[in-house]
Design a protein around this ligand. Structure first.
Ligand SMILES: [Zn+2]
Length: 322
């Protein structure tokens, strides 16, 4: 189903890229891979796994946000790698090339109103409820969409940063992406170009010709280069952040992976660390993951179909907490 142009802030001319949606309330099948019904025995084992943990370390990935209407990169058939020729910007290219930055920000500017409007889904809310039930020790997400923060999660680390924040590469000042949007609008009052689709990082599809006149402001404080506070491909995650998360993992008694294939080492290393520490691992994901061989429980299902059904506490634990 295509959105009426009159209701949609973006105009889509490239019919072949059929992944655009102006609302996150539309059909999930556009972004979520097909999946057979979950094995009830595995779901029961996941329930037991969660109940038996007192300090659960949870890692989430793109699979939890596809149900909010945000496409991932890697899912078979529906991920951006499968559907388009586009690949995310590399860190070195962003730092090195003013033209690359202009192109990135122009696309990001157009995609921002839609990308920033996505809402947490029932899987995010389930994990928020687990935190309130004192079940969840720490949540680390590989996502940069702010949906866990929007759900209210506090015991949270955004491993690869967040598109809602901007950092100056000169003075390291962090500011709001919403503020930057206002500066973009002020600098580019007549800029009204067409977008073709939103990527996981909020980027959209534009031609070089369309972005050539787009103006990008520098840092207000030092005149430095502004960059989303996001770990781009080709960059590495801060070592201190990783070590602090290893400490959190070391205080946990179980690890649950939600909606991630763990193909990227920055996430996979936490599964390796859990194994090294003798911490059992459960996985909820539609497709195969890099850590399947390390898991004691593997549920193949949509996150939003399973997490809300998992009770974080049994009756005895509820009495203890209250
Ligand atoms: Zn600065």
């Amino acid at each position: 189903m295509w959105i009426s142009f009159t209701k949609c802030p973006l105009v889509f001319r490239k019919q072949s890229i059929n992944l655009i949606r102006c609302s996150s309330n539309l059909g999930l099948s556009e972004y979520v891979p097909n999946c057979p019904p979950a094995d009830p025995n595995e779901v029961e084992r996941l329930q037991d796994f969660v109940l038996s943990s007192r300090r659960l370390f949870v890692m989430t990935g793109a699979g939890i946000s596809t149900e909010s209407g945000i496409p991932d990169y890697r899912s078979e058939g529906v991920g951006l790698y499968a559907r388009t020729e586009r690949r995310p910007i590399q860190h070195a290219e962003f730092v090195r090339s003013q033209a690359a930055r202009r192109r990135y920000w122009a696309r990001n500017f157009v995609g921002w109103p839609q990308f920033s409007s996505h809402k947490p889904n029932k899987a995010h809310m389930a994990l928020y409820n687990w935190e309130n039930a004192a079940k969840l020790h720490w949540l680390v997400t590989q996502n940069v969409d702010a949906l866990h923060a929007k759900a209210g999660q506090r015991r949270l680390t955004e491993l690869h940063g967040c598109t809602h924040r901007v950092i100056c590469l000169g003075c390291q000042t962090v500011s709001s992406r919403f503020e930057l949007q206002e500066r973009f609008i002020a600098l580019n009052p007549s800029w009204n170009e067409h977008a073709y689709g939103v990527a996981p990082d909020g980027d959209v599809f534009l031609t070089d010709e369309q972005v050539s006149n787009f103006r990008v402001p520098p840092c207000n404080k030092c005149g430095g280069i502004l960059k989303p506070q996001v770990t781009f491909f080709g960059d590495t995650v801060n070592r201190e952040l990783v070590f602090s998360l290893y400490e959190q993992l070391g205080q946990a008694d179980a690890m649950l992976v939600v909606g991630s294939s763990l193909q990227v080492y920055s996430g996979y290393r936490f599964a390796l660390k859990a194994q090294e520490k003798g911490i059992p691992i459960a996985i909820l994901n539609i497709g195969p993951t890099r850590a399947d061989h390390l898991a004691v429980v593997k549920v193949i299902a949509r996150c939003g179909d399973i997490l809300p059904k998992i009770m974080p506490l049994n009756r005895h634990q509820q009495e203890t907490v209250s």
